[in-house]
Design a protein around this ligand. Structure first.
Ligand SMILES: Cc1cc2nc3c(=O)[nH]c(=O)nc-3n(C[C@H](O)[C@H](O)[C@H](O)COP(=O)(O)OP(=O)(O)OC[C@H]3O[C@@H](n4cnc5c(N)ncnc54)[C@H](O)[C@@H]3O)c2cc1C
Length: 428
């Protein structure tokens, strides 16, 4: 049987952060990374903009500023980001302050989807130099913690310590592992929102600040802004009983003069915390997504702001009216009426925030602006951790977005580094 000191499930930033930290501190350690995809490195393949300022990406229940910054310094020292310049922030900050909105100043870099792939190639080369084994297209099915065994679709592997970092897509896999091992967890928080798409001319702040982080009252925030050569995409998801639905998202390619489409997209997310008797954020989100699929004929919905304001649905026939001065970058969505699909309380908070945003950056609510729905983030598994290194059992650790320890590339990487200290203790 194959045996490793450390087995890491997931080659996303959380898994990579752990693999590099472990091999840095204990080069003789044998490490295996397993990923079910044919290509490695998880969410780093999407847009790859990285934020290097607390609290962006760091869930406050697990991170203090001091701990996060200590780990972020390590991430930055390893990845050596070229931080993007920002301009004219004071103007936007003053407008935001007057409305009770905050604009966080965040150190960012943006590689783009293509730049992310280049970075991944370099990282894989470095893993090889460190003798880390990477097994792609292999799926971990179960874990037998009593015998320190990982069972995949191909083989059994024994481990000294195990890190499970399966990302948001592995949300349910992680719940299965927790249920099987009696690890308590909460899943009562979910981010529900829309993706907004418009021309950069209608949201010119992105020329001054690539991914502006606005935080509005009612727990609404801007998230994941992409511009230049930017596209809205859809991710295939499935419910716990196998029904398919789609959640929208966005990404951009690296800025290359002449190849830009002049578009910008970003999410407006509202955090919803559920209490008894309905405590599963995942189930709530699934129901909302299925409702959107029902109305959209199996596709996400899209609506022009002009139509939304008039209280009428968008239609294919008038989606290219002269006022609607750009086509959607995700044209397969169904033109419709998002207010039929989004719960009133959530939509009210998001629309109010969008009006605030339009006062801070006038133009973003141009009639042609498109609102896509649903964009839902299911990263709020909150396991009960036994220590500061995200240990859940004697020699089992979790990290990354699926385990609730991060919400973005740099924080996921940082959470992998943090788990490594516990893993190294187990091996010693
Ligand atoms: C379209 C899109 C754009 C994004 N843009 C950005 C951005 O610009 N900036 C940013 O900071 N964040 C962005 N994110 C979020 C970012 O990708 C995540 O925060 C980050 O990748 C989380 O890292 P992770 O290591 O926890 O999980 P992931 O990166 O998701 O990696 C988990 C890996 O585990 C593997 N896996 C899961 N289950 C199993 C199993 N059972 N067996 C084997 N392997 C398994 C998966 O295949 C995956 O490769 C974006 C996400 C999407 C979807």
């Amino acid at each position: 049987m194959d045996a490793y000191d450390v087995v890491i499930v997931g080659s996303g930033p959380a898994g990579l952060g752990a693999a590099f930290e472990i091999t840095e501190r204990k080069p003789a350690c044998s490490v295996l990374i397993i990923d079910k995809q044919r290509y490695s490195s998880g969410g780093m393949r999407n847009d790859c903009k990285m934020n290097f300022t607390f609290p962006i990406g760091f869930p406050l229940e697990y991170w203090t500023q001091e701990v996060a910054e200590k780990h972020l310094d390590k991430v930055a020292a390893f990845l050596k980001p070229e931080i993007l310049p920002k301009h004219n922030l004071q103007v936007y900050q003053e407008r935001a302050d007057r409305l009770g909105v905050s604009l966080l100043e965040v150190s960012q870099t943006h590689l783009g989807t293509d730049g992310g792939v280049k970075l991944i190639k370099q990282l894989l080369g470095e893993l090889q130099r460190r003798d880390v084994d990477l097994s792609l297209h292999e799926q971990v099915r179960t874990v037998d913690a009593a015998h320190r065994l990982v069972q995949t679709n191909l083989r059994d592997i024994s481990y000294g310590a195990l890190l499970i970092a399966p990302g948001r897509q592995g949300f349910r896999f992680l719940q299965k592992i927790m249920d099987a091992h009696g690890i308590p967890y909460l899943d009562n928080i979910v981010d529900i929102g829309v993706r907004v798409e418009t021309r950069i001319d209608h949201y010119p702040i992105v020329r001054d600040y690539y991914d502006p982080k606005f935080s509005f009252p009612d727990k609404v925030r801007t998230f994941c802004t992409n511009s230049g050569n930017a596209h809205v995409v859809q991710e295939k998801c499935s419910t716990s009983y196998g029904e398919t639905y789609y959640s929208v998202n966005g990404h951009a390619y690296a800025a290359v003069k002449g190849k830009e489409n002049g578009m910008v997209n970003f999410a407006m997310l509202k955090t919803v915390g559920l209490t008894e008797p309905l405590a599963s954020g995942q189930k709530f989100a699934e129901q909302l997504s299925l409702q959107a699929m029902l109305l959209g004929g199996g596709k996400p919905l899209m609506q022009r702001v002009g139509d939304y304001r008039l209280g009428r649905r968008s239609k294919h026939t008038d989606f290219n009216h002269d006022l609607y001065d750009f086509p959607p970058t995700l044209p397969t969505c169904c033109p419709g009426d998002i207010s039929l699909a989004v719960p009133a309380r959530i939509l009210r908070a998001i629309w109010k925030s969008m009006k605030h945003l339009d006062t801070i950056v006038p133009g973003v609510l141009h009639p042609s602006t498109i609102i896509y729905y649903p964009e839902i983030k299911l990263y709020a598994n909150k396991p009960t951790y036994l220590d500061n290194h995200f240990r859940v059992l004697d020699s089992m650790f979790f990290a990354g977005d699926g385990a609730g320890t991060s919400r973005g590339i740099t924080a996921a990487w940082a959470s992998g580094i943090r788990a490594s200290s516990g893993i190294l203790e187990v091996l010693d």
